[in-house]
Design a protein around this ligand. Structure first.
Ligand code: ACO
Length: 428
């Protein structure tokens, strides 16, 4: 039997039956309820989309109360332990784990697309020497749309797939160029013999040696971090990707917008903000005073809290284990002690417990990145590389979804009524 929600209009006594499907009513079904003859129908008011499903998606499932995260049904813990980033990206994009032949083909195709057009170097050279790499990253991704005008044909499945390959393959190269630019070192071309993360580390850190081979523990740690960051359903940057893509803009332009959304300190910029916060606290002794300031509303405990997770973020748990493996190779990050003490106090403190604030994915990731030799301002870029897979999967899903149209929220107008223009000479 179809479930329905009955709404009674207490002015007219009229009743409306709204069908409930998948735990939701359709906002457009409310339009039949009118508050007056001129009203086009009742709307919902939902700033920040806290209770609005904007799409049907089969990519990522999150149960924020239980701390569950699944990509296409597979638990994040199993993928982090047994998969690789490229395999997980394939899963997210195409819905199933690849066969051996599919994985080999996918890996080969990605490897063949890692090079950047030489003009990108000239573009990079135009940035200030101390430009933030995330600013360089997002504008360079956008600039790729001028190099691949075929990408505008967003309704052609083969063309979409080509752009997906290009983007996943090229974002590490852009990120590495941005980093090398910021430290004044020559750009390093991709090395096709290396793994996805091995090649990325090569493009970042190669000096005069003929072949750069990163420590396998660090390559794997980066791969795990990439798996954990690959998708996270309808967050701020993914909504930006879908929103921009809904106008049929090409994926490079849409992805530049998604990366811009990720840049903010409340989203992907949080890992950078965590490190800056730990540096400001300075020592374990400074932790109680900092917690008191946060409780008084003088700043936030960065890396804590999440719109969806109201328990421990499952990714934070895996990252903590990865941190131990990395620190065995690199030596412990001195800021770890401060982070552990912050977590210990926050998890016992009534302020954080009652608001269900737990460490999120960003709380420990920055410590690992720093120990691996990344400067703090590269952290959001390291988030954007794997999230490219998720953004593209969500974009592709949106374009296949017959329910979707150009994204266009409504508003409640609270400005003045219509009035006549006042000439400048008559204004007080
Ligand atoms: N430190 C201190 N207090 C916090 C924090 C925090 N990190 N996060 C939320 N709160 C408090 C708020 O002040 C509010 O308290 P109040 O009810 O007394 O006013 C309450 O908890 C609820 O907070 P909201 O802002 O309503 O929660 P929302 O779901 O909108 O925000 C967010 C989620 C943005 C992630 C928030 O928790 C935050 O700012 N965290 C710090 C930044 C961060 O780590 N971002 C990364 C998120 S993960 C990601 O994007 C990859």
């Amino acid at each position: 039997m179809t479930q329905t929600l009955t709404i009674t209009d207490n002015r007219t006594g009229k009743q409306y039956e709204l069908p409930i499907a998948d735990g939701t009513i359709k906002a457009m079904d409310l339009r039949q309820i009118k508050t007056g003859p001129d009203d086009f129908g009742v709307m919902t008011y939902d700033p920040a989309f806290q209770n609005t499903a904007s799409c049907r998606s089969s990519i990522t499932f999150i149960d924020g109360d239980k701390g569950v995260l699944l990509y296409r049904g597979y638990p994040i813990e199993q993928l982090a332990e047994r998969s690789t980033f490229l395999e997980t990206a394939y899963l997210i994009l195409f819905g199933e784990l690849p066969s051996r032949a599919e994985l080999d083909g996918w890996t080969r195709d990605i490897t063949m697309h890692t090079m950047l057009h030489e003009n990108i170097k000239k573009l990079m050279d135009g940035y200030q020497y101390d430009a933030h790499p995330m600013g360089i990253f997002l504008s360079t991704v956008g600039a790729l749309s001028t190099i691949y005008p075929d990408a505008k044909q967003v309704h052609d499945e083969d063309i979409r797939r080509l752009q997906i390959l290009r983007l996943i393959a090229k974002v590490p190269s852009i990120a590495a160029y941005a980093y090398r630019h910021s430290i004044g070192r020559p750009y390093i071309y991709p090395d096709n013999d290396l793994s996805f993360t091995g090649n990325f580390l090569n493009m970042l850190f190669k000096m005069t040696e003929l072949k750069y081979e990163a420590n396998p523990v660090l390559q794997r740690a980066l791969d795990v971090l990439f798996i954990l960051h690959a998708d996270h359903e309808q967050n701020c940057s993914t909504s930006a990707m879908r929103g921009i893509g809904s106008s049929n803009a090409d994926p490079y332009s849409a992805l530049a917008g998604a990366a811009a959304a990720l840049y903010g300190p409340l989203h992907g910029g949080a890992n950078e903000a965590v490190l800056r916060m730990l540096n400001t606290i300075g020592s374990v002794k400074g932790v109680p005073a900092f917690i008191e300031k946060v409780k008084k509303g003088e700043g936030r405990l960065m890396g804590f809290g999440h719109r969806v997770y109201k328990s421990y973020d499952p990714r934070a748990r895996i990252i903590k284990q990865t941190a131990d493996q990395v620190f065995e190779v690199t030596g412990q990050n001195p800021l770890l002690e401060i982070a552990l003490e912050l977590e210990r106090i926050a998890l016992e403190d009534e302020y954080f417990v009652s608001r269900r604030l737990y460490p999120n994915v960003d709380f420990y990731s920055g410590l690992i990145y720093q120990a691996m030799g990344f400067p703090v301002d590269m952290f959001p870029v390291l988030f954007a590389i794997p999230r490219t897979a998720g953004w593209l999967a969500q974009w592709d899903e949106m374009l296949r979804d017959a329910d979707q149209k150009i994204a266009r929220p409504r508003q409640i107008y609270i400005g003045p009524d219509a009035r006549d223009y006042v000439p400048l000479s008559k204004r007080s």
